[in-house]
Design a protein around this ligand. Structure first.
Ligand SMILES: C[S@@+](CC[C@H](N)C(=O)[O-])C[C@H]1O[C@@H](n2cnc3c(N)ncnc32)[C@H](O)[C@@H]1O
Length: 275
């Protein structure tokens, strides 16, 4: 029987392992197999329902240490997931596509991204944290015909991402930029925004985007609570926010959940109009 102390040890080992794997990156895909195997095992651990009880027991027994451990795991696993996308991009560009349980899970999440906020060919989508392997921009542009702009804080990710798009969808209306939200052209015409779950400052960016975007803009915020918060930055209370939570899409068996927001003033108008 696994006890909470064993579970704590296992999680600490993942935190140490992620730090070594991130440090091993040398601009090539040399260490990719090991990283992919660890991320796949970690994904399975996060999604195993029995581990939720173990996690709750850990929090009950050692709340402060568990909080610190969760912080380390979230930060380091986010770095490793970004790195795994670099490896995936490098392998694609070398002519060897790879397949992992983690990527299959993410791609299944993207299918259901916007819930009732339908994306049409006329939509303009902004993805914050588009990554080195821009699965979301590629999937949305291909499925819906919408124009997609991806931004990423990491110039290497943008450079790799552009090459991946040139390889997998050169005809698709996708633009990738190493730009801050304030520097981006055409923000007032964006209809849909998606936040990658592993962007630490996603709620700060959400607030900064409010005055820069149109009244009808809607947001899909990827997040993870409970055990999933060891792999995703969690949802935040938006009590004072100018964005209103419109829908929560909880996805058992998926790496992240999705919170859909729209502008608070628009929600009031809609509520008023319905009465
Ligand atoms: C794991 S990738 C995710 C996206 C994935 N490629 C997709 O299409 O679903 C997360 C990316 O977020 C980026 N990132 C982290 N912080 C950011 C920030 N403040 N602004 C923009 N991008 C950020 C990282 O550099 C990383 O490339």
């Amino acid at each position: 029987m696994i006890v909470w102390t064993d579970f704590h040890r296992t999680l600490s080992e993942y935190a140490d392992g992620f730090a070594s794997l991130a440090a091993a990156y040398d601009g090539t895909a040399g260490s990719s197999a090991e990283l992919e195997a660890v991320i796949d095992r970690y994904s399975a651990l996060i999604l195993e329902p029995r581990n939720t009880l173990m996690w709750e027991e850990l929090i009950r027994r050692e709340p402060e240490e568990t909080e610190r451990l969760a912080y380390r795991l979230r930060e380091r696993s986010a770095l490793c997931v970004a790195l795994m996308e670099k490896y995936r991009a490098l392998k694609l560009l070398e002519g060897a596509e790879n397949d992992s349980g983690y990527f299959r899970n993410i791609e299944a999440c993207i299918e259901e991204e916007f819930g009732s906020f339908t994306v049409t060919p006329e939509s303009r989508v902004l993805m914050v944290g588009s990554g080195s392997f821009p699965m979301t921009p590629l999937l949305i542009a291909r499925r819906t015909g919408a124009q997609v702009v991806g931004i990423d804080i990491d110039p290497e990710a943008v450079e790799l991402g552009r090459k991946v798009v040139s390889r997998l969808g050169p005809e698709l209306p996708i633009r990738l930029e190493a730009s801050s939200v304030e520097q981006l052209d055409g923000l007032s015409t964006v209809t849909h925004i998606i936040f990658s779950s592993t962007v630490p400052v996603k709620y700060e960016l959400l607030e900064r985007l409010h005055p820069l975007t149109g009244e009808q803009t809607v947001v899909a915020m990827r997040y993870g609570g409970g055990l999933k918060s060891l792999f995703n930055y969690p949802i935040r209370q938006a009590a004072d926010s100018r964005w209103r939570l419109a829908e929560s899409l909880l996805k058992p068996g998926r790496i992240f959940d999705i919170a859909l927001y729209r502008k608070a003033a628009v929600s009031h108008q809609l509520d008023g109009g319905a009465r």
